[in-house]
Design a protein around this ligand. Structure first.
Ligand SMILES: [Zn+2]
Length: 449
């Protein structure tokens, strides 16, 4: 790989979740000795619900651990998430539950450290020399001790895995439904554990975004910025998945969410498909896609358009102040849980393209970084074809951009394969792509690489 112009991009992973790192081989290794003790019910039940098939994980794992090729193929088929599974998060979670059941068992028998170490080592063996791992605790903060214990184990093992030439960092994920309360607990843990402070480099928002508008994190961001200004320690960063799966709202609102997350102070934005997928393609992905949204979203959109009117108009976006003000008055008389309908004609789609350019330019201005994850978007993000992938639009723009594998194990696609996929589908030459991407380490949290 030494002469590969894309080496810098292939050796620095900035968007990966620990739970998504486990390959079929990893699962056979980790679950093999425990096949009959692991409680597989979460996997069996969710798989049956999602696929209408009853899987037999204990038998597959037991036989696969003794080298049975047919059993190994069964695990591949019922675990690796491919485009054939459809862009269905419930199906993804069902397949993912095979890893989850395995990890939970190790957590219960006090050998979860081995699982974390395997995920970290898998990256080192790929030749990656800088990686930031994220993880969402399997429980919420109603069980604060377990919540912190989970993050503590991850941070401790990741810190211990660092060696000359290999740096790993940890970014705990904060539940979107309780951002401030969870943050306070995690921040207190960091204060209590100064030895881990250099390993924990930020906080992440992930999992379902629908139903969790960025405005619900305002109090969190306010407190976070206050703490960062007051504390004399390494600066932490916010990583924020947004604009990834957003069928429940208009395309304008989905783009606004990306912009709002950056305005609030998120450093890197995960996916932002809404900013890169052509709107004609976006609305054709599903029946009634983006046609309905909550009244509250529409009011937020009107407020946004009025607030940024001058800049939007400079970008060629029409803002009819009188019509919007009148519409807002009408909407305020409706119940917040009421919905409004959207229809998309050619002129609206063209306006949406201008808004995409506008938000991409705004992200560039505030130095926000988009993290694009090729396979993840193709398989989960409802991107219909390689040519439609938002990464191409991002490459054409000036936005700061990094590529990540997201869940390299369950997608069976390590970081280098993700970079090669972009190289093989972009119109740029490999040299041009390498220059456009540069070294992603400059976007690491705290530029700590
Ligand atoms: Zn992710």
């Amino acid at each position: 790989m030494s002469s590969d112009p894309l080496k810098a991009a292939k050796t620095c992973e900035l968007h990966v979740h620990i739970g998504g790192c486990y390959t079929v081989d990893d699962l056979i290794h980790l679950a093999g000795p425990h096949a009959d003790q692991i409680d597989w019910s979460i996997y069996i039940e969710s798989y049956q619900d999602a696929f209408d098939i009853q899987p037999e994980p204990a038998a597959w794992i037991r036989r696969a651990a003794s080298g049975d090729e047919a059993a190994i193929r069964s695990i591949h088929e019922h675990y690796v998430y491919t485009e054939a599974d459809g862009a269905d998060f419930a199906r993804f979670m069902a397949k993912f539950s095979l890893a989850l059941a395995t990890l939970r068992h190790h957590y219960q028998i006090d050998s979860y450290d081995d699982c974390i170490a395997r995920a970290v080592d898998g990256h080192r063996q790929q030749g990656i020399d800088y990686v930031e791992f994220r993880a969402m605790a399997p429980c919420g903060i109603e069980n604060p001790e377990r919540f912190i214990d989970f993050h503590h184990q991850n941070a401790r093992v990741i810190a211990a895995a660092c060696q000359p030439g290999f740096t790993a960092r940890y970014v705990p994920s904060i539940p979107r439904w309780q951002p401030l309360d969870a943050y306070v607990i995690v921040r207190q843990w960091l204060t209590d554990e100064p030895d881990l402070a250099s390993s924990v480099v930020g906080f992440d928002f992930c999992h379902f975004e629908e139903g969790h508008p960025p405005r619900t994190t305002r109090d969190f961001f306010r407190r976070f910025h206050e703490d960062e200004a007051a504390l004399d320690g390494p600066q932490l960063e916010i990583l924020y998945h947004v604009g990834e799966i957003y069928f429940d709202k208009s395309l304008e609102s989905a783009m606004r969410w990306c912009h709002e997350a950056a305005e609030l102070g998120a450093k890197r934005l995960g996916h932002c498909t809404a900013l890169g997928l052509d709107p004609t393609v976006a609305v054709a992905r599903q029946q009634n896609a983006h046609e309905v949204e909550l009244v509250t979203e529409r009011i937020d959109q009107i407020d946004y358009d009025l607030r940024l009117r001058a800049e939007l108009e400079d970008a060629g976006v029409k803002v009819d102040v009188r019509a919007l003000t009148s519409e807002r008055e009408d909407l305020r008389s409706l119940a917040p849980e009421a919905s409004v309908r959207n229809t998309y004609d050619e002129s609206r789609l063209e306006q949406i393209r201008r808004r995409q350019d506008f938000v991409l330019a705004k992200l560039s201005q505030c130095n926000a970084v988009i993290e694009s994850c090729p396979s993840s978007n193709m398989r989960l993000g409802s991107v219909p074809g390689a040519a439609d992938h938002p990464v191409h639009r991002f490459l054409d723009s000036d936005v700061a951009l990094v590529l990540g594998a997201d869940d390299p194990g369950i997608f069976a696609s390590p970081l280098a394969a993700e970079i090669d996929w972009v190289a093989s589908t972009t119109s740029l030459t490999t040299q041009q792509l390498a220059r456009r991407l540069g070294d992603p380490r400059r976007y690491a949290c705290g530029a700590g690489a």
